[in-house]
Design a binder for this molecule. Structure first.
Ligand SMILES: [Zn+2]
Ligand SMILES: [Zn+2]
Length: 132
């Protein structure tokens, strides 16, 4: 189970984890897989990410501090490191009065393949507009 998650670098949803586990254990029940996922999260071996409003929870076996680049079109999520300087964190803590425990940064944009598709589409639109 954890192997499936560790092998996945695409931050799968619970449903995607279920599909992948079933490739190895076809008979396994959905409830078992979902329960195991929440146990892994509880045990600190996986994280739940919320990537955008209305998106289903995604699971991440990378539990060290890291940030994400998210594609607004296809939902692809990549791990990146964009650590904030210690001074910025200390400043944030003193400004808010919070004892900061952790943070992560989320960058949103278009992944290379969606970007390509997007450019092609806007080019077609341009042509269409011109011919009108
Ligand atoms: Zn994309
Ligand atoms: Zn991640």
């Amino acid at each position: 189970m954890l192997d499936v998650l560790i092998a996945a670098h695409d931050h799968p949803t619970a449903a995607q984890v279920l599909d992948r586990v079933r490739e190895h254990q076809p008979g396994i029940g959905a409830a078992t897989v979902y329960r195991t996922l929440s146990l892994l999260v509880e045990a600190g071996q996986a994280r739940v990410l919320s990537l955008g409003e209305g998106a289903s929870a995604r699971y991440d076996a990378n539990v060290s501090r890291h940030d994400h680049v998210l594609c607004v079109d296809c939902g692809a999520a990549m791990d990146v490191a964009a650590p904030l300087p210690a001074r910025a964190l200390a400043d944030m803590a003193s400004r808010t009065g919070y004892d900061l425990i952790e943070y992560d940064v989320q960058f949103r944009g278009r992944c290379p393949s969606c970007n390509k598709a997007h450019r092609k589409q806007s080019k077609t639109n341009e042509k269409r507009n011109r011919s009108v």
